[in-house]
Design a protein around this ligand. Structure first.
Ligand code: NAD
Length: 414
């Protein structure tokens, strides 16, 4: 199944479970707006290249659309639709007052200089400026984009509209209205979900072992926060290669090494390991934190982890989910596990709107509250509807809330 088909499949499973009215279900199914633009960018060598850019608003029934911008060579409209759909459900599940959106550019950013990347980022905002706005659609970082890129984009938007509007984008540098705790938020959310899951499913978190696929923003901060909870990181892989040490990797040293070398590959004192090795490592906890479609029906039979905490969006295919369930693996879904980022994005947006900036302690305490509440709600929903798995429970709870918003807006007759 392609990624968008997977998203649709999960939405359909929830709508069916809830026996949702067809008129309502039809609105929830379809993305509201999908835009594709061409982005001409002057390259350093004097030529001009044209890149494809996308922005999808899946739904703004529950609030302004919210979702990251991805720079990757595999980005296309279908992938962006899938990611936007997940965002609507994620925001509804966490009770943050946003809808779902997502954007991206089909580009391998490793092939661009920093100046070219800046021109591309600014061009993206110029071509899509009508869509964005703090009360319309609010982007954020995703794969291969970061606070620096958000800073360029915020500046471009504010220049175009001729006023300061920091709430247009989140994940900004602190100096222009970013929030303390935003960069670490998704990884921190992963660690909170892991802690709650270990408590619930009777695993001693002290000394529990973890393997992580992907060591970018989410993977590295998840490693840091899990390390602080006493979890032992034994295996990590990124796009260049991986490292394994059954006695545990020194996480602060690994983070430093990865920053300097742009990869974990070659970290001293370890064996080499590949994607398959990490995904099937003999660990208590597996954290896929790279891209979608990684745990497939081929990989799933060999997975040894007791719990999967999905940091990436869509890392497990539905076919793999079935196999994992048969094996008794507890698979905790992306929309529950990785919503720490959008939750602190919401706090950033609130700070931008009020002009009152929070301490890191306040951000982290509030994040803790949101994640624990969402975790408890998913557990309770699974029981309430007798859902076959936690993914279905999370989608059911979110779909109920999206449905309520659509009804309250009078988009269907009731
Ligand atoms: P990132 O670009 O910072 O890091 C991605 C990591 O994945 C890198 O280490 C890269 O080397 C690795 N990777 C890429 N392709 C790989 C492959 N084929 N095999 C192994 N490793 C590979 O991106 P990120 O922001 O950390 O996002 C990672 C995932 O988390 C994505 O699915 C993203 O949608 C999701 N996510 C991100 C955020 C956020 O706040 N950044 C929030 C929610 C979800």
């Amino acid at each position: 199944m392609k990624f968008y088909e997977v998203a649709v499949y999960e939405v359909e499973r929830a709508l069916k479970k809830l026996e949702m009215d067809e008129s309502l279900a039809n609105i929830i199914r379809e993305p509201q707006k999908s835009v594709e633009v061409s982005l001409p960018v002057k390259m350093d060598d004097g030529t001009t290249k044209v890149f494809k850019g996308y922005r999808v608003i899946h739904s703004d029934a529950t609030g302004p659309a919210k979702g990251g911008i991805r720079f990757h060579q595999d980005v296309d409209l279908e992938e962006t639709k899938a990611l936007a759909t997940l965002m609507t459900f994620k925001c509804a599940l966490f009770g943050v007052p946003f809808g779902g959106g997502k954007g991206g550019v089909k580009v391998d950013p490793r092939e661009l200089s920093e100046a070219e990347l800046e021109r591309l980022s600014r061009q993206y905002i110029r071509q899509l400026r009508e869509i964005f706005g703090q009360d319309k659609d609010v982007p954020a970082p995703d794969v291969n984009t970061n606070p620096k890129v958000m800073g360029w984009m915020a500046d471009e938007f504010e220049t175009l509209v001729n006023k300061l509007e920091p709430g247009i984008i989140t994940g900004k540098p602190l100096a222009i209205g970013g929030s303390l705790g935003r960069t670490s938020a998704t990884g921190k959310g992963i660690s909170i979900v892991t802690r709650e899951a270990c408590k619930k499913f009777g695993i001693n978190i002290q000394g529990a072992t973890v393997a992580i696929q992907g060591f970018g923003n989410v993977g590295s901060f998840a490693a840091k926060c899990l390390d602080e909870l006493g979890v032992k990181l034994v295996a990590v892989v990124d796009v260049y290669g991986g490292v394994y040490n059954p006695d545990g990797l020194n996480v602060p040293e690994l983070i430093k090494y990865a920053k300097e070398n742009k990869t974990v590959k070659g970290f001293p004192g370890c064996q080499e390991i590949d994607n398959y090795g990490v995904l099937t490592a003999d660990v208590d906890i597996l954290v896929p934190a790279a891209l979608e479609g990684q745990i497939t029906e081929e990989i799933a039979p060999d997975v040894k982890a007791k719990i999967i905490v999905e940091a990436a969006n869509g890392p497990t295919t539905p076919e793999a989910d079935v196999i994992l369930a048969e094996k008794g693996v507890i698979a905790l879904p992306d929309i529950l596990c990785n919503a720490g980022g959008v939750t602190v994005s919401y706090f950033e947006w609130v700070q931008n709107r009020t002009g009152l900036y929070w301490s890191e302690e306040k951000v982290n305490n509030s994040l803790e509250e949101y994640v624990v509440r969402a975790f408890d709600n998913v557990i309770a929903t699974k029981e309430k509807y007798n859902c076959p798995d936690y993914r279905n429970a999370a989608f059911c709870l979110a779909a109920e809330r999206i449905g309520e918003a659509i009804k309250a807006r009078g988009w269907v007759n009731y």
